[in-house]
Design a protein around this ligand. Structure first.
Ligand code: 1GP
Length: 232
């Protein structure tokens, strides 16, 4: 089954994010892979070699979908099951709206990997995120729900088949429930929520507000033994 079809058929999915730049044991990977429904691989600085290595390690452990969530085109590897093809909708820099996508286009097309166009929306999670640092784009304040909703809507109107509300890796405050809810009501594609989620209660709050997929990175990287608590 294609990854997109799997996402459309299921709700309340847990995506665990694996950063290829972090040195971790097989046990750490295994504990997190067992708890997850989807395995996202990506980071702000990793290169193709590190990304490919993480993809291969995960694929040796599990048959679950391994999905690239790349920080830049040089992380692309055709070894994953699918690629989230990102547009940073909150950027006003053409580089992140079309430049990086053009840079990736040739390799992606020739790989025939499953590609899912995704609108990526950075909201303020209470501290400067690596997305903000790397791209120089400002996050939307979580109080400006109208702009967040309009951004998500514009993403769907321009063909994105997933929307990701991102508070930033290690956010002090995850995406608020009222933000998730307002976006959920406005769009009809699957909604991903991530950034700063550290407890099963925060994950449930995101699902209850309408998230289809919750992404957890840092917390489970630091506490892989807790992964089971987040599993369905
Ligand atoms: C980052 O949303 C993801 O892109 C995950 O964030 O590392 O804070 O869980 P955390």
């Amino acid at each position: 089954m294609k990854v997109e079809e799997y996402i459309l058929r299921n709700d309340r999915l847990l995506a665990v994010l694996f950063d290829p730049d972090r040195q971790v044991s097989d046990e750490s990977l295994r504990l997190r892979a067992e708890a997850a429904d989807l395995l996202f691989v990506g980071g702000s600085t990793a290169d193709r070699e590190a990304t490919g290595q993480t993809v291969r390690r995960l694929k040796r452990m599990t048959n679950k979908p391994v999905v690239l969530f790349p920080g830049n085109p040089s992380q692309f590897t055709p070894e994953a099951d699918a690629l989230l093809f990102l547009t940073l909708l909150t950027s006003r820099n053409a580089e992140y709206l079309i430049g990086q996508q053009i840079a990736a286009a040739r390799a992606v097309r020739s790989s025939h990997i499953e590609t899912i166009p995704m609108g990526y929306i950075l909201v303020d999670g209470g501290k400067t995120s690596s997305v903000q640092r790397v791209t120089g784009s400002s996050p939307l304040p979580q109080t400006d729900i109208d702009t967040i909703v309009d951004t998500a809507t514009a993403g769907c109107l321009t063909g994105k088949r997933l929307v990701y509300l991102e508070a930033g890796s290690g956010a002090a405050e995850p995406v608020r429930q009222e933000v998730v809810q307002a976006v959920r009501e406005a769009i009809d594609v699957p909604l991903i929520v991530g950034g700063g989620i550290r407890t099963p209660e925060q994950m449930q709050a995101a699902y209850e507000a309408g998230a289809d997929i919750v992404v957890i990175g840092n917390h489970l990287e630091q506490h892989p033994e807790q992964a089971v608590l987040f599993s369905r």
